[in-house]
Design a protein around this ligand. Structure first.
Ligand SMILES: NC(=O)c1ccc[n+]([C@@H]2O[C@H](COP(=O)([O-])OP(=O)(O)OC[C@H]3O[C@@H](n4cnc5c(N)ncnc54)[C@H](O)[C@@H]3O)[C@@H](O)[C@H]2O)c1
Ligand SMILES: [Zn+2]
Length: 377
């Protein structure tokens, strides 16, 4: 049986953020909890967006302490601060860290802590309030996925809390909000989105409904990311990368991911490597490993990238390696990780659920080998 679902309503385009007020009115919101991090705060976006709402008479509570790779402790501290307050809608602004934090905080406003007990699919018993996600980093696709990724500090594991109560009600995608994203962050979040698009396309769970989203995402991201990185003011490139990252989110929300993510998750959970960067470092080498198990599909990936009708999986690998050079994606050894740490990463990667839908079988030795290959340039 094929299943596909994309329940989040999407508002996309320059100026889309001006629709926030009307969306809040539709949801009959009088009191809003805004969730974001210090990086977003420093852009001045918060004052512009919420100044308007305050002038309209809404009550705005603010949580501005979102951390990268959010943890159980950071979520529970936020929930304790706002539990018991009248909150009609949550508005998250930022990248995956802000949106995932908002999803998990939302869970704990109507459900008891600890957050660990809701790990898995549809484990949250009590309904949450509507969530409006304003994505500004064009990477994770969290604005349209059912997933909140929260690090369990005890187990040093990225837990996935997924289901209808963690799916955003509305996604607001305004490319103008992404122009301030610094070049290195644009490069790594964009590579994460490209990894979502490629891994969801070759996944054993892919179906025609997900594949069409994945292929369009590959085209939009690969063909526009270098311009978005080098010329951040280019709204056409920004717009295409943002659209691609959301399409990729719609695809992997159903088809899930693959082994680049199996490596990226422990790199974040154990060593706090920025999530997008971890994927960017792993992508080309994992495609090389998978290539002969999904050769036809990688050929179609190459066509979507614009490599020509005759391209092969090797051309895709080469193009991804060249992309990393062009975007200055560093090697793994620049993160402070030592070769002695590979064992912990490979063992954790073996536990990752996205191994199950990877087109090639996985092994501890394979993960060790990939880590060695991406360690130095
Ligand atoms: N829920 C999902 O479906 C899903 C999918 C993949 C990853 N994730 C999770 O998302 C997190 C990573 O999210 P991310 O890669 O988007 O990074 P992020 O949210 O941590 O943001 C990266 C940096 O960019 C800054 N930033 C964002 N937008 C900006 C803008 N417009 N201008 C200037 N600075 C801006 C932020 O302040 C931050 O410093 C990880 O925890 C990862 O596990 C979630
Ligand atoms: Zn990802």
């Amino acid at each position: 049986m094929i299943r596909f679902s994309a329940p989040t309503s999407i508002i996309f385009g320059e100026g889309a953020v001006l629709e926030l007020s009307a969306e809040l009115e539709k949801l009959q919101a009088k009191s809003v909890l805004a969730i974001y991090d210090q990086g977003i705060k420093s852009t001045g976006l918060i004052d512009t967006i919420f100044g308007r709402l305050i002038a309209e008479g809404l009550t705005i509570y603010q949580f501005d302490q979102v951390i990268a790779n959010p943890t159980d402790n950071s979520i529970e501290a936020a929930a304790n601060e706002f539990k018991g307050k009248q909150i009609d809608v949550i508005v998250a602004i930022g990248g995956g860290s802000s949106i995932d934090s908002a999803k998990a905080i939302n869970v704990l406003l109507t459900n008891e802590a600890p957050i660990q007990q809701y790990e898995g699919i549809d484990q949250v018993p009590n309904p949450t309030v509507p969530l409006i996600a304003i994505e500004t980093a064009a990477g994770t696709g969290s604005e349209v996925t059912s997933v909140s990724v929260v690090t369990c500090t005890k187990r040093k594991k990225k837990m996935v809390i997924s289901g209808k109560y963690t799916t955003p009600t509305v996604a607001i995608l305004d490319p103008q909000l992404t122009v301030g994203l610094p070049p290195q962050v644009t490069a790594s979040t964009g590579c994460d989105a490209l990894t979502h698009a490629i891994e969801s396309y070759v996944s054993t769970l892919a179906n025609p409904f997900t594949e069409i989203h994945s292929l369009k995402a590959i085209e939009l991201i690969y063909q526009n990311l270098p311009t978005a990185v080098k010329d951040g003011q280019n709204l056409t490139a920004r717009s295409r990368v943002l659209m691609g990252s959301t399409l990729a989110g719609m695809a992997f929300n159903v088809a899930i991911l693959g082994i680049a993510h199996s490596i990226a998750h422990p790199l974040g959970a154990h060593f706090n490597v920025p999530y997008g960067l971890a994927n960017a470092m792993a992508l080309a080498e994992t495609v090389k490993y998978n290539a002969r198990f999904a050769a036809e599909k990688y050929q179609k990936v190459g066509v979507a990238m614009g490599l020509g009708a005759d391209c092969q999986a090797e051309d895709v690998v080469k193009a991804l390696e060249e992309l990393n050079v062009e975007l200055n994606i560093p090697a793994l050894n620049t993160t402070g990780i030592q070769r002695a740490d590979f064992d912990i990463i490979a063992k954790a990667a073996m536990e990752e659920p996205s191994n199950d839908m990877n087109p090639a079988p996985v092994s501890y030795e394979m993960f060790m080998d990939v880590l060695e290959k991406i360690y130095e340039k």
